[in-house]
Write a protein that binds this ligand. Structure first.
Ligand SMILES: Cc1ncc(COP(=O)(O)O)c(C=O)c1O
Length: 376
């Protein structure tokens, strides 16, 4: 970390205390030459299961594959419609297009997550699946979503995109345990970050679990006998070993992220910035957010970002262009009204949040915003 600078996220500081233990674990794997799948992977899957309370856990190579594999397993394909939020990361939508299905873009609400009112309006007879994304560490209201889906005439598969929200819960029930499937990413900046790419898929049903396991190894259960089309999305033992070591600290990381978020709320309450910024929605009593991001909506957002950077404070725009406006998806867009997404892409700014961020740094970030708007 540069002196006096406050980064958006600090992966180096986070990983430093794990270095020795990680190197020892990697050395053992090298000595055994057990590089792909194997014992570390199986152990990681069962420890993940214990942490999250999901029924089955199947590791894979990335959070992107953790979306693609369940779509393939559920048999989603050409002509099928899949409801997706437009305000998300590209992989949520691209996975739908990759299986040949049609993404139907849903507007957001003030929680930044997809609007359930819009979901209700956009369900059609062709809707085969929905991917609720628990964005920035906060869950979609899954109870309400399940009620909406239950009213549909046909089976609609729910694939929760939990890439940013491992550990988040509603009524104590974690992300990834509500839908038919859950998709998790362990990209290095996620709350549980590997030192490379890694992913996990959760599911409820035993036969779905078997299917997921086949798809990630070339559609086969027995080597050189292929039951269906799959591909290679195995997790390597290095990443599994690293994730096992880091997961022991994940609860603490979540608590520290919550501390940082509460400090932001406390310091911002002392300023008079309501006219200029909107804070993220506070969580309800039965909700637990894991604060992957602390994202505000800000007037003069781009000038503010520049000002923060001059003060050596990191910030990022997640996301500057909603998915229904991306050229990659232009074939799938009609005349939808996605006005909240379009407001969000103009206004959102994510501020520094990570477990090691001190209260003093949080107050410096808030002071910097205060100084910026007082100048206006
Ligand atoms: C919401 C969401 N979905 C999917 C992914 C894809 O995960 P990965 O980068 O591990 O492939 C990400 C990663 O940034 C994400 O944020």
């Amino acid at each position: 970390m540069r002196e006096n600078s406050i980064p958006l996220i600090d992966v180096t500081t986070q990983n430093k205390p794990f270095k020795e233990e990680v190197l020892q674990a990697l050395e053992q794997i090298i000595d055994r030459s057990a590089f792909v799948m194997g014992e570390e992977v199986t152990k990681f899957e069962s420890e993940f299961l214990a942490y999250t309370g999901v029924k089955h856990a199947v590791s894979c190579a990335s959070g992107t594959d953790a979306l693609l594999v369940p779509l393939m397993s559920a048999g989603i394909g050409p002509g099928d419609e899949v409801l997706v939020p437009s305000f998300t990361f590209y992989a949520t939508v691209a996975s739908v297009v990759r299986v040949g299905a049609i993404p139907i873009f849903i507007d957001s609400d003030n929680s930044y997550n997809l609007s359930l009112e819009e979901v209700e309006k956009k369900i059609s007879t062709k809707t085969k699946a929905i991917i609720p994304v628990h964005l920035f560490g906060r869950m979609v209201d899954m109870k309400k979503l399940q009620q909406i889906i239950a009213n549909a005439k046909q089976k609609i598969t729910i694939i929760e995109d939990c890439a940013q929200s491992m550990g988040a819960s509603i009524d104590g029930k974690q992300a990834g345990t509500w839908g038919d499937y859950g998709s998790f990413s362990f990209y290095p900046t996620k709350n549980l970050g590997a030192m490379g790419d890694a992913g996990m898929i959760s599911c409820k049903d035993e036969s779905d679990c078997r299917e997921l396991k086949m798809i990630r190894v070339h559609g086969s259960e027995q080597r050189y006998y292929h039951e269906r089309i799959g591909f290679n999305s195995r997790l390597d033992s290095f990443q599994a070993a690293i994730l096992r070591i880091k997961m022991r600290k994940l609860k603490e990381f979540e608590q520290e992220r919550n501390r940082v978020a509460q400090e932001y709320f406390r310091y911002f309450a002392e300023t008079k910035l309501d006219e200029f910024i909107r804070l993220p929605m506070k969580t309800k009593e039965n909700e637990y957010s894991v604060w992957n991001q602390f994202t505000i909506r800000a007037k003069k957002r781009d000038d503010l970002k520049k000002f923060l950077s001059e003060q050596k404070i990191g910030s990022e725009i997640y996301y500057p262009l909603a998915m229904h406006k991306q050229r990659a998806f232009s074939n799938y867009v009609g005349k939808e009204n996605l006005s909240t997404c379009e407001e969000l892409e103009r206004e959102v700014l994510s501020l520094p949040i990570f477990p090691e961020l001190s209260n003093e740094s949080v107050s410096r970030v808030v002071d910097a915003l205060d100084a910026f708007y007082k100048k206006q």
